[in-house]
Design a protein around this ligand. Structure first.
Ligand SMILES: CC(C)(COP(=O)(O)OP(=O)(O)OC[C@H]1O[C@@H](n2cnc3c(N)ncnc32)[C@H](O)[C@@H]1OP(=O)(O)O)[C@@H](O)C(=O)NCCC(=O)NCCS
Length: 128
């Protein structure tokens, strides 16, 4: 929870199989660094973790779930779109040579205020 980050792990067969971190920002719950261990890929774990991410956003009272997806990760782009995430703007370089697309999905709680306020993460901001 340091610096407002919430870390999540999925355990399978006694091992940590998947990880991501999330931060509540004024724009919504931003999920980052989703990773599934190579031994546990191609069995739908990332889908289960996105279901939890979406539910956690609602539980916190966030107005939206946000995530930056590497544009080279076509299957991740397809996955988030299958959950109703939308990308309204063009991809941007989150770091030199690292092109990402910011996706947003409303939690349906748009009229409520978030229960925590956090400083907007630099990773959620688009350069002007
Ligand atoms: C990207 C990543 C998180 C995907 O995790 P995963 O748990 O393997 O994802 P899934 O199992 O849900 O889906 C992967 C593929 O397996 C398929 N799949 C899911 N369940 C399956 C099953 N039971 N049998 C066969 N295939 C299956 C999915 O349809 C998907 O296929 P697609 O690539 O053609 O769309 C993982 O590969 C990873 O950690 N990569 C390195 C880090 C990274 O790139 N993170 C994302 C940054 S944006």
């Amino acid at each position: 929870m340091r610096a407002g980050y919430h870390y999540f792990g999925a355990r399978l067969q006694g091992r940590v199989a998947g990880l991501y971190k999330a931060q509540l920002t004024p724009d919504g719950l931003l999920g980052e660094h989703q990773t599934v261990h190579a031994d546990f890929r191609h069995r739908g774990l990332v889908r289960a973790m996105f279901e939890q991410f979406i539910a956690y956003g609602r539980a916190l009272g966030a107005t939206a779930n946000l995530c930056n997806i590497l544009v080279s990760q076509e299957s991740m782009c397809r996955l988030v779109e299958s959950f109703g995430f939308q990308s309204k703007e063009s991809p941007y370089e989150q770091a030199p040579g690292m092109l990402v697309q910011l996706y947003r999905r409303s939690t349906g709680l748009d009229t409520r205020k978030t229960r925590e306020t956090g400083k907007l993460s630099a990773t959620a901001k688009r350069p002007r």
